[in-house]
Design a binder for this molecule. Structure first.
Ligand SMILES: N[C@@H](CCC(=O)N[C@@H](CS)C(=O)NCC(=O)O)C(=O)O
Length: 222
């Protein structure tokens, strides 16, 4: 398997952490979104959205980080990150959909796009109206997650699943961009447990080094 990813990205962080956690043999192939690698014809042939991450596995190509996480987890069914029972699966699907529609696109990802991605992609200045909307949505959806975690160790059924990797991947970004995640004590406790996994720690350390290096190089270039 081969994962095409932008090392500073939080969407890649969850996939890389999962790959580490499952000790899968997946080659990590970096692309640079700032340089426009996602628009190169060879890459567009794999992912016509011109976005990362993208996974290749012996001729099978998969994009969308949550689908990639499902695929990796299903390769190691004995680890239980994709539940065996119908309700467990439906519950994980619920939280992956929530992550994509609300936690990412409407809140953490909306603020991250305005405050960070636009600079990477050369798309101009942040729009304060979108930042305000993303911050308001963050308060709404973080309260949902916090309430859900009040009586649970993990997001689904008190066992670690890919829902934790998917939703957790945006937490460091939320912290870095000043979203008030510290107000949500149950999210803080849950994220702490996730951050104690060795595979998560390695992925986060590599992500932080890549982000600092990318920022230093691109600040110099400006
Ligand atoms: N829903 C997608 C979102 C992917 C996404 O938005 N990736 C961004 C970076 S984190 C990207 O590749 N942007 C490049 C571009 O838009 O040019 C997923 O979870 O995989």
């Amino acid at each position: 398997m081969r994962l095409h990813f932008f090392p500073p990205s939080s969407r890649a962080l969850g996939v890389v952490a999962l790959n580490n956690h499952l000790a899968l043999d997946c080659e990590l192939r970096p692309i640079d979104l700032g340089r426009g690698d996602q628009r190169a014809p060879d890459y567009v042939a794999l992912n016509p959205n011109r976005k990362m991450p993208t996974l290749e596995d012996d001729g099978f190509v998969l994009w969308e980080s949550n689908a990639i996480m499902f695929y990796l987890a299903a390769k190691r069914p004995e680890r239980g990150l994709w539940p065996a029972d119908l309700r467990g699966r439906a519950d994980v699907m619920r939280w992956l959909a929530w992550q994509s529609a609300h936690w990412d696109a409407e809140s953490c990802g909306m603020v991250a796009f305005e405050k960070a991605s636009k600079a990477v992609l050369g798309l101009g200045a942040p729009d304060p109206a979108f930042i305000t909307r993303g911050e308001e949505n963050f308060g709404r959806f973080a309260a949902v997650l916090d309430g859900h975690l009040e009586k649970r160790s993990w997001i689904v059924g008190d066992r670690l699943t890919i829902a934790d990797f998917s939703i957790g991947a945006l937490v460091p970004t939320a912290m870095r961009l000043g979203l008030p995640i510290g107000r949500f004590e149950h999210i803080g406790r849950w994220y702490q447990s996730l951050a104690e996994l060795p595979g998560w720690q390695d992925a986060l350390a590599a992500r932080d080094i890549a982000l600092a290096a990318w920022l230093a190089t691109n600040e110099r270039a400006r």
